[in-house]
Design a protein around this ligand. Structure first.
Ligand code: NAD
Ligand code: WQD
Length: 345
């Protein structure tokens, strides 16, 4: 049954695609985002894709009064909490900011929801909580060994949410651990808009292919993998968005809470992604080999079996679709950042 769903961080990369997926399922969406890493224009793009407009509040989830007002003005059944900071390197330099936002923001959100008796929540966690896995594919029962303040913030929130659910069985909480989200909506109207130099492989490749950067640096070619480059589990952002739809359906059906991986279960090397992107954009992409990036692991990909068993969800789009859609988005003039932060390089 269609419901009204709060989406924090809903103008961001994953949140915006999730809004589209939810609205296509018939849900009404209420977006709260402080626009620290996204643009309000994304709401127009979501409206263009779906034919209807989500309610939008430019607000920090830690703004107690503001959140109370938003929740009073709507009949929210559940929240999906994407809002947060996500750059591993930046978190090492600014740990307090990361804990204040990611941990403090989640606590503030849960308190605001609680005051209105809303006890259905989906949280964006990350495969980063596994750190360097002992074995692949990585299942949910693998030990948690986050290796950065960002990773610690995600593991801490998972712990807080587990304690919250234990304290009050009315809370139903779904924790989703994403592997490597990439790609864009098939329309090319929404996608990833990194500010400054992209940290992640696919947006970096897209900018090199577009001539905005000279070459890709391949971090490490001496890993114990078939071609020596790092292997990851790239998952199309629309598959991820649909995974949230499945998770929401499970929570609204009054199922128990869950923690599941959202990944494709397939590992691809940096060279695989480079070649798939070259095929998508129809041109060679300049690249050089560079030393390993500190903190990187050789291989990490998901065991996605639990998502299929518990949510009936599995990824459908392959690496070629990821690269094709990322390239279409890159070519369709990504939304320009209004913030001066975008001018950093
Ligand atoms: P994003 O930066 O594009 O989106 C996050 C959004 O949250 C942004 O629009 C930002 O403006 C907003 N925001 C940040 N702090 C806020 C606050 N205090 N109040 C309100 N809004 C706030 O990032 P994304 O890639 O869409 O990631 C979404 C979530 O998924 C994050 O929690 C991230 O940690 C998690 N995640 C992302 C990845 C990835 O590779 N993109 C992987 C695993 C997990
Ligand atoms: C992928 C592969 C790099 C850039 C990060 C976060 C993780 C999660 C997803 C939030 C690796 C290689 C990359 C480049 C390269 N985010 N690479 N040249 O490191 O798996 O995961 O994003 O939760 O927490 O750590 O993703 O896209 O940075 O790298 O060779 O310019 O591409 O070494 O093998 P990663 P990534």
């Amino acid at each position: 049954m269609p419901q009204e769903i709060l989406v924090t961080g809903g103008t961001g990369f994953i949140g915006s695609h999730c809004c589209v997926a939810l609205m296509e399922q018939g849900h009404r969406v209420v977006v709260v985002d402080n626009l620290s890493n996204s643009e309000a224009e994304v709401i127009d793009r979501i409206a263009e894709i779906t034919g209807s407009r989500p309610a939008f509040y430019a607000l920090d989830v830690r703004d107690t009064q503001g959140m109370d007002q938003v929740l009073q003005g709507h009949d929210i059944s559940a929240a999906i909490h994407f809002a947060g900071l996500k750059a591993v390197g930046e978190s090492v330099a600014a740990p307090l900011e990361y804990f204040a936002n990611n941990v403090g923001g989640t606590i503030a959100l849960c308190q605001a929801l609680s005051r209105r008796g809303i006890k259905r929540l989906i949280f964006s966690s990350s495969a980063t909580v596994y750190g360097a896995p002992d074995q692949v594919p990585v299942a949910e029962a693998a030990p948690l060994r986050p290796a950065s303040p960002y990773g610690h913030s995600k593991a801490m929130v998972e712990q807080i949410l587990a304690d919250l659910a234990r304290s009050d069985p009315q809370w139903r909480i779904g924790v989703l651990r994403y592997f490597n989200p990439a790609g864009a909506h098939e329309s090319g109207l929404i996608g990833e808009s990194p500010r400054g130099t992209p940290n992640n492989l696919v947006p970096f490749l897209a900018q090199v292919a577009a001539g905005e950067r000279e070459f890709l640096e391949i971090f490490g070619n001496d890993y114990p993998t078939p071609d020596g480059t790092g292997i990851r589990d790239y998952i199309h952002v629309m598959d991820l968005a649909e995974g949230h739809g499945a998770a929401l359906a499970a929570l609204l059906a009054d199922g128990a809470g869950f923690t599941v991986n959202l990944g494709s279960g397939q590992g691809h090397s940096v060279l695989d992604v480079l070649h798939a992107f070259e095929a998508a954009c129809g041109q060679p992409i300049p690249h050089r080999h560079a030393p390993r990036r500190p903190g990187d692991v050789a291989t990490c990909y998901a065991d996605p079996a639990q998502a299929l068993a518990m949510l009936g969800w599995e990824s459908r789009r392959d690496l070629n679709s990821i690269c094709r859609d990322a390239w279409r988005w890159q070519c369709r003039k990504p939304i320009k950042h209004s913030s001066p932060w975008g001018a950093s390089d």
